[in-house]
Design a protein around this ligand. Structure first.
Ligand SMILES: Nc1ncnc2c1ncn2[C@@H]1O[C@H](COP(=O)(O)OP(=O)(O)O)[C@@H](O)[C@H]1O
Ligand SMILES: [Mg+2]
Length: 311
């Protein structure tokens, strides 16, 4: 239903995305995960027909978004990261306007489309309110409602939970989950925990390229394989650092692209456990290179190395 084929987009000669391919079937919620700047919004905008790709093809229900934009858009709901909301309008009036833009014909059909979108996005209570008076959560739901007008079978949702508190996020996830029972939903996020709870499948994007696609459970297992160990040792700092670097599986030497440390070898462990002696300096050494902090890297802007490649 939603298909990207080897999409690439250059901005001023710089590639925002390269060779991005993915597909979403009806009844499937797919998470589009990646740190800020990875190219999620660029990909979603191409799929939504906001701008064309530099190369590759985007299809909605088999319709090329560049060659058959009207047919593609009729089947698509797109909730941008920051939807343009006219703060003076009421919720219902904006949805009615959107229904008109989407060629929902006739006053009755328009009203039905508005009611339907209000209901699905849990906005019925605030239908008559001016948008400027809405909470952040309600505004995000209004963005979703705008995408839902006309009941399209394909949905692109760009970070729909950004800026929401945990309760509002959970509400939003429930709504999206419900929408995904029949529709094809592609939802972007920069937090693994977010998509874990929501998606059937996750596509990870990093620096404009797809790193991997898998179920959330399998991805989470791969992204959080190890625990961090803090060790206190009584030894001169230089000697300790040297011992750790020399230990097999120890922290990487600067500039050495070694593999992620697995376990501390017996010798180093014994050394690390030795009781502190009077006069001995006290040091805390974190084992493991700073990049490999499982489970945290992604939300803080990086994808752990272990997730690279593989499929
Ligand atoms: N209109 C634009 N002009 C120039 N560069 C852009 C434009 N839109 C996005 N980029 C660049 O493309 C890259 C991907 O951005 P974006 O798709 O917004 O990532 P994400 O949504 O994953 O945070 C970034 O380096 C960003 O600066
Ligand atoms: Mg974005």
């Amino acid at each position: 239903m939603i298909e990207a084929r080897q999409l690439a987009k250059l901005f001023g000669g710089r590639a925002a995305i390269e060779d991005v391919s993915l597909g979403v079937a009806p009844g499937e919620v797919v998470g589009f995960l990646g740190p800020n700047g990875a190219g999620k919004t660029t990909t979603l905008r191409i799929l939504a027909g906001v701008f064309p790709p530099t190369s590759g093809q985007a299809l909605i229900d088999g319709h090329d978004v560049v060659r058959a934009p009207l047919a593609a858009r009729r089947r698509l709901g797109y909730a941008p990261e920051r939807p343009a909301l006219h703060l003076e309008m009421t919720v219902a009036a904006l949805l009615d306007f959107a229904a008109g833009m989407k060629d929902v014909g006739g006053r009755r059909a328009r009203r039905a489309a508005v009611e339907d979108a209000l209901g699905r996005a849990a906005l019925a209570e605030v239908a008559a309110r001016r948008i400027g008076t809405l909470s952040k959560g309600a505004r995000q739901r209004l963005g979703l409602a705008l995408a839902l007008v006309g009941d399209p079978p394909a949905l692109l949702l760009d970070e729909p939970t950004a800026g929401l508190d945990p309760e509002q996020s959970a509400d939003m996830r429930r709504l999206i989950r419900a929408l995904g029972t029949e529709r094809a939903v592609l939802v972007s996020s920069h937090a693994l925990a977010e998509v874990e709870a929501l998606c059937d499948r996750v596509v990870i994007l990093h620096r404009g390229r797809v790193l991997s696609a898998d179920t959330p459970a399998r991805l989470a297992a791969r992204l959080r394989p190890a625990s961090r160990v803090d060790v206190e040792a009584a030894a001169p700092a230089d000697a300790l650092a040297a011992a750790l670097v020399d230990a097999r599986g120890g922290p990487r030497r600067p500039g050495h692209a070694g593999e992620r440390p697995r376990a501390l070898p017996r010798r180093a462990r014994a050394r690390a456990r030795r009781p502190r002696r009077a006069g001995g300096a006290r040091h805390r050494e974190r084992l493991g290179p700073p990049r490999a902090r499982p489970g945290r890297g992604l939300a803080r802007g990086g994808v752990p190395r272990s997730s690279r490649g593989g499929g």
